[in-house]
Design a binder for this molecule. Structure first.
Ligand SMILES: Cc1ncc(C[n+]2csc(CCOP(=O)(O)OP(=O)(O)O)c2C)c(N)n1
Length: 329
């Protein structure tokens, strides 16, 4: 395996877009600077040159328009993949996504579907101002009719994005930009999609289950490795498909280990972590050796870059939560 064959997460997104567009001429890409510039993070590089201006479109700086036009395209037979440059700019599009995209199938009693993918880089750790760095996956996961997917490796980015594009319903595809270029993997360009409704168990373990997603998978895996050196065997689950949530995989693991820590970068309260903890307490209460713990961001606006390292969950914070968990029983 040569270094040349190994690609980053953002390159895997690009590879998936190239594959999907070459396979299906209904797939179109639109967003701010996606065509001429190849996207703010270069995820759409080469698409315009290869597929032309009718399928790869630069839009005005207007997120409501990007979502609205995409919904129109999707309901009329195209498969738009829209890029919103940063999650903090998606709010203008919320009315379109929540009031229309999410409800189209239900509202038309199945006559229309909305096969729309909204790709959106999110999360902190790249020294950007606050609305470029937040993690508000819970807002979308709360809306019936929207799928929420967050890849945390190049292979999962490729396979899950292909699945999202093939899916007949709207998918919010959130890309953790802190790890856009953090790791490289061989990602065969074989068009193989991954299932959109399962978690991925990244590491087997018997003492405790660590549940995470997005960029925090990096610190979670580091914590699991350091814990192994101390003979604590941690199972690591990447949720990846946030909504619908595959609670079965998490339950199976927690019933085995009896302990669980949920790790996420998003603010602590009212989030996806809270939902997972709640479902575990509902369905695995008598298998738990102690309360499920959370290591999270804080209930504050994402701080500026000098402070963001204190906000983003660290390996040390994860290990400390595991230690407390192990002491409980
Ligand atoms: C609502 C919103 N969406 C996206 C962005 C990200 N963004 C920052 S600069 C920029 C390009 C602006 O282009 P233009 O208005 O032509 O000004 P230029 O900087 O090229 O002079 C974009 C899309 C933003 N700041 N605000």
């Amino acid at each position: 395996m040569t270094e040349q064959n190994r690609i980053t997460l953002v390159e895997a997104v690009n590879q998936a877009l190239h594959f999907a567009m070459s396979k299906d001429e209904d797939v179109v890409v639109l967003g701010e600077d996606v065509a001429v510039n190849g996207g703010v993070f270069r995820a759409t590089v080469g698409l315009r040159e290869r597929f032309g201006i009718k399928r790869v479109m630069d839009t005005p700086l207007a997120e409501a328009l990007i979502a609205g036009v995409s919904i129109g395209m999707a309901t009329q037979g195209l498969k738009p993949v829209a890029e919103i440059q940063f999650l903090g700019f998606i709010y203008a599009a919320m009315e379109q996504l929540v009031s229309h995209a999410a409800r189209m199938r239900n509202r038309t009693r199945g006559r229309l579907t909305c096969p729309l993918v909204v790709r959106v880089p999110f999360g902190g750790g790249i020294h950007a101002p606050e609305h470029h760095s937040e993690s508000t996956e819970a807002l979308f996961a709360h809306i019936p009719g929207l799928r929420v997917v967050i890849p945390s490796s190049p292979r999962r980015a490729y396979g899950l994005l292909l699945a999202a594009i093939e899916n007949p319903d709207p998918v919010i595809f959130m890309e953790p930009k802190r790890i856009y270029r953090a790791t490289k993997q061989v990602v065969p360009d074989d068009g193989q999609s991954l299932p959109l409704d399962t978690c991925f168990t990244l590491r087997q373990g018997t003492d405790i289950t660590l549940v995470s997603w997005g960029a925090s998978i990096l610190e979670t895996m580091q914590a699991a490795k350091q814990l192994a050196e101390r003979d604590i065997s941690a199972e690591v689950i990447d949720v990846a498909c946030i909504k619908p949530l595959d609670i079965e995989t998490i339950l199976y693991s927690v019933k085995k280990t009896g302990r669980c820590v949920v790790i996420h970068e998003a603010a602590r309260s009212f989030g996806v972590g809270a939902e997972i903890v709640s479902q575990l307490h509902e369905q695995a209460f008598f298998d738990l050796l102690g309360p499920v713990k959370r290591v999270t961001g804080y209930d504050i606006t994402m701080p500026y870059y000098q402070m963001e390292k204190h906000y983003i969950p660290t390996t040390e914070r994860i290990i400390s939560a595991v230690e407390q968990s192990m002491e409980q029983a």
